[in-house]
Design a protein around this ligand. Sequence first.
Ligand code: PLP
Length: 393
Amino acid sequence: MSTTADARLADSLERLGTETAFSVLARAGELERAGASVIHLEIGEPDFDTPQHVRDAAWRAIEAGRTHYCPPAGIPELREVAAEYLARSRGLEIPPGRVLVGTGAKPFLFFGILALANPGDEIVYPDPGFPIYESAIRFAGATPVPIALREERDFAFDLDELAAKLGPRTKLVILNSPHNPTGGVLAAHEIAGAAELIAQTGAWVLSDEVYAQMVYEGSFASIAGEPGMLERTILLDGCSKTFAMTGWRCGFAAVPEPLVDPLVRFFTNSTSCVPPFVQFGAIAALEGPMDEPAAMMDEFRRRRTLIVDGLRSLPGVSCRVPAGAFYAFPNVAGVPLPAPVLASRLLDEAGVALLAGTAFGEVGRENLRVSYANSQANLAEAIERMRGFIGGL
Ligand code: PLP
């Protein structure tokens, strides 16, 4: 006797969010297959090739037979090199035993939150912010407590507001600088102020530093460098953005000792390990010359000027100069359409794929997120398409 499968899915799925960038990318792909021309400003990945020496190292590892399971925590060689890289770039001392390797930075967000949060715990996270934070918080059954990053403060939080969000139920505070989606960079004094406040609580910190090497103005500061913070911070970085390696899926984090074993167990239960040949590529990236990432940043800097000037020239649009990452977060309150409608009509009617700020939280409701990881020619064309569309409203 055969029966059909029980159609009821897990109730917990109702709490699992998504990342709109991937759905907009899919919709743009559909339009392109139907013959439309689309300029992609929606997805957050460098449009540069992974450096040659990184690709060579991975090939050599494949040829050497490094194609089998390996330790879920990461191969010891990469844990050591990543510990040195994190220490070097932040002026910290980090024992390799506390550095773990995952399939990108994302699993550290998801599993880090699952490892820490009980229902009823509060987790403070940036709004606007990378959508996986809120998704993972809700999935874990914890209470999301957004902290606003406002445009008038160049997308930094207000320390008084942060103080008001912290309390005895705060389990974790998530920081992200340089910041997706705004391109904002927290100043050293803001980081120090946040650390002082957090030190008065029992909260852990998740510092998402995947854009640490992408700062145009000012300098990068990690909260892990503040007194006592390294012991309670998941310091998260990865190869995706810095080395144009988004598809390789390799991230790494320095984690507090009590979190090492739980995170390794999550990896063992899910992905098992990052492919070892990918990890050899990551070693080459972290140890190798930084001239390609530097050249990429020079180009991003030129594009930043082009896109900010272009956006500012559009009727009803204003735009702050982002200090880091490769995103602009223009304000479109002066355009006679709500930002989400504008974003979807720009894709359908003008062939410009970008995201509404609401994909990142309520505070971004008057904004669009523009990823300028595209050629200068395409950025210029996108601005003209937007001008034509907005001008015709
Ligand atoms: N954190 C932030 C703020 C991001 O913007 C992204 C990717 O867009 C990630 C984490 C995930 O990066 P990865 O490719 O290393 O998983």
